[in-house]
Write a protein that binds this ligand. Structure first.
Ligand code: NDP
Ligand code: 8X3
Length: 251
């Protein structure tokens, strides 16, 4: 392992945008801490990355598990320079007054509270060392609610406010904070949203060329590699035929 290389930690690295970010950061010369709930997928990813990767299995909703995982990092993996808060999900697409409260709890606990737990566990070290970059994965869904998006959109609006708050609180430090707001990205996202209904999930990407996880990883890397005096505060990244969370032109 090359301990001269900077360290990046990516949550939800087992799939989609998180996996793409981990791979891009690794290619760009980072040692990567890949985290998620699925040990088998993490180990497969780690096998492809070699010594410059460390896998940590925990659920971001479990504050104690997240804190313990970070506190028990080996000395040579402690100085995390980039945190990508990516783990998240949508569950359900129905009217708010007909929604499933269990789906709401999971989205709120993962997208908002999980992101906060990771931030609280890692950012103090960045402040102490005077070096760091937090990249939060928000969404176009946080800019404005769309039909039946209600609670998911609410969680991503919260991610926007929480990211702005962190940037304000860190303004006196060299630590930078970036919010990425992707539109339609073809990952496992819709399959998860529709509780495993792959046909319904596939329809989300019909008639439009969606973004890929790599497109979002490119944006993350651009922000991270910007000169130290440049803070990419926010990026909205849409497919060419998507204009907002609600306006999608399918052909
Ligand atoms: P995927 O479903 O492909 O990936 C989600 C990742 O988050 C998986 O690695 C998943 O792991 C992990 N995850 C979910 N819940 C938890 C948890 N409680 N603890 C730890 N890890 C967890 O979807 P995407 O890559 O598309 O989603 C990544 C992020 O991007 C999310 O925050 C999503 O809201 C956001 N986003 C996605 C867009 C899209 O169109 N795809 C657009 C805008 C934003 P596991 O396998 O264990 O579930
Ligand atoms: C994911 C993008 O438009 O499906 O956040 O909500 S969208």
């Amino acid at each position: 392992m090359n301990t001269q290389k900077p360290i990046a930690l990516v949550t939800g690295a087992t799939s989609g945008i998180g996996e793409a970010c981990a791979l891009r950061l690794h290619c760009a010369g980072y040692r990567v801490i890949i985290t998620g709930r699925n040990t088998e997928r993490l180990e497969t990813l780690k096998a492809g990355l070699g010594d410059d990767a460390l896998a940590l299995t925990f659920d971001v909703r479990d504050r104690e598990a997240a804190e313990t995982a970070i506190a028990s990092l080996p000395a040579e993996w402690r100085e995390i320079e980039v945190l990508v808060n990516n783990a998240g999900l949508a569950l359900g697409l129905e009217k708010e007054y007909e929604g499933d409260y269990r789906d709401w709890d999971t989205m709120i606990d993962t997208n908002i509270k999980g992101l906060l737990y990771m931030t609280r566990a890692i950012v103090p070290g960045m402040v102490e060392r005077g070096k760091g970059h937090v990249v939060n994965i928000g969404s176009v869904a946080g800019d404005a609610a769309y039909t039946n998006g209600n609670v998911y959109c609410g969680t991503k609006a919260a991610v926007k406010a929480i990211t702005d708050g962190l940037r304000i609180d860190l303004a006196e430090t060299p630590i930078r904070v970036t919010l990425l707001k992707p539109g339609l990205v073809e990952t496992r996202f819709s399959e998860v949203r529709f509780h495993g209904d792959t046909e319904r999930a596939a329809n989300v990407y019909k008639g439009i060329v969606p973004l890929t996880g790599d497109d979002i990883a490119d944006a993350a890397l651009y922000a991270v590699q910007a000169p130290a005096h440049v803070q990419i505060a926010e990026m909205l990244i849409l497919a060419t035929h998507q204009a907002s969370g609600s306006v999608i032109c399918r052909k």
